[in-house]
Design a protein around this ligand. Structure first.
Ligand SMILES: [Ca+2]
Ligand SMILES: [Ca+2]
Length: 304
């Protein structure tokens, strides 16, 4: 809420939600007969597949000279339209082929792409082609209305939690209802403090339709907001837009607002939205409503 200087350091968690995931080396599978090619060949998931689990097995036939005992393979999964990495891990080559399963779920609601690269101890490298696949569709409830239904999680830094007055994440649920005189006391929003966040379950899903797909109502002034989205409550959450100005006026509504386009994240649909403070004002900041003040979250382009 304060209009003081905005801290310019990098958002310390922007990269964390897409951190590397460890992988399990799996006992090998079939499909590993025949001569090895000049580069790794992707066996499963096959191109265009919709797999039936959030943690599918990935198998690649090894390249000649990059077989067991001679090489490691790095498996990389990314959001196809943006090439933003979702998971990556390196394992020792299996015999004939190499398989892994990441130990955390991948991302629902987006076309994913994967490839492998093999590397020998001497530094030689081979890279496969890329193919695409999807996880199971996001589970979207219908007839839920456009506003956030429940809180998945929230987090405030200890300093903000101690100095802020508006700390109740339940204030983010439902239609915009914030208010109060200039200078306060206010009601109907949660102040996110210095880099805090609240994650909500929309019940239904937002889809990447024309233009912006999600609206965040932010009270009092124009503190920036960062939005992440996911198809499952535990993530992974992908960045939609970072530190977006959130002070636009809307007729008949006390709060200001800003809107977000899932297409910028390469997302086709999302049910879970993480709203993060983008003001990043050092705590304590001299008011009891530090950080972006979140009143409500609304789906603009809803999945029928
Ligand atoms: Ca869109
Ligand atoms: Ca509210």
């Amino acid at each position: 809420m304060p209009s003081g200087p905005v801290r310019t350091r990098a958002n310390r968690r922007t990269g964390a939600t897409l951190s590397l995931l460890l992988a399990a080396v799996l006992p090998c599978c079939g499909n590993d007969s025949g001569p090895l090619g000049a580069k790794p060949t992707l066996l499963e998931p096959v191109n265009g597949a919709r797999v039936t689990t959030d943690s599918p097995i990935f198998t690649s036939r090894n390249a000649q000279g990059f077989d067991a005992g001679a090489a490691t393979y790095t498996f990389r999964v990314a959001v196809a339209p943006t090439d933003r990495e979702v998971a990556s891990a390196t394992v020792a080559a299996g015999s004939g082929s190499t398989s892994i399963r990441f130990d955390k779920p991948l991302l629902r609601g987006a076309l994913l792409t994967w490839r492998v690269s093999g590397r020998t101890a001497s530094g030689s490298e081979v890279v496969s082609d890329s193919t695409t696949f999807r996880l199971p569709a996001v589970a979207c409830a219908s007839g839920q209305g456009p506003y956030a239904k429940s809180v998945v999680d929230s987090w405030l830094p200890a300093c903000s939690a101690a100095t802020n007055h508006y700390n109740n994440p339940q204030e983010v649920i439902g239609p915009p209802d914030a208010g109060g005189p200039t200078g306060g006391p206010y009601f109907g929003f949660m102040s996110l403090g210095d880099g805090g966040h609240v994650t909500v379950d929309m019940g239904g899903c937002a889809v990447d339709g024309a233009g912006d797909d999600v609206r965040v109502y932010q009270s009092v002034s124009g503190e920036p907001v960062t939005l992440y989205a996911s198809g499952t409550p535990d993530g992974p959450y992908v960045l939609v837009e970072s530190r977006k100005f959130c002070g636009n006026r809307m007729a008949g509504v006390y709060s200001r607002m800003c809107t977000f386009d899932l297409g910028l994240a390469g997302l086709e649909e999302a049910r879970y939205l993480r709203v993060e403070d983008g003001e990043l004002f050092p705590c304590p900041g001299g008011t009891d409503s530090e950080g972006a003040d979140i009143d409500a979250v609304e789906i603009l382009n809803a999945k029928p």
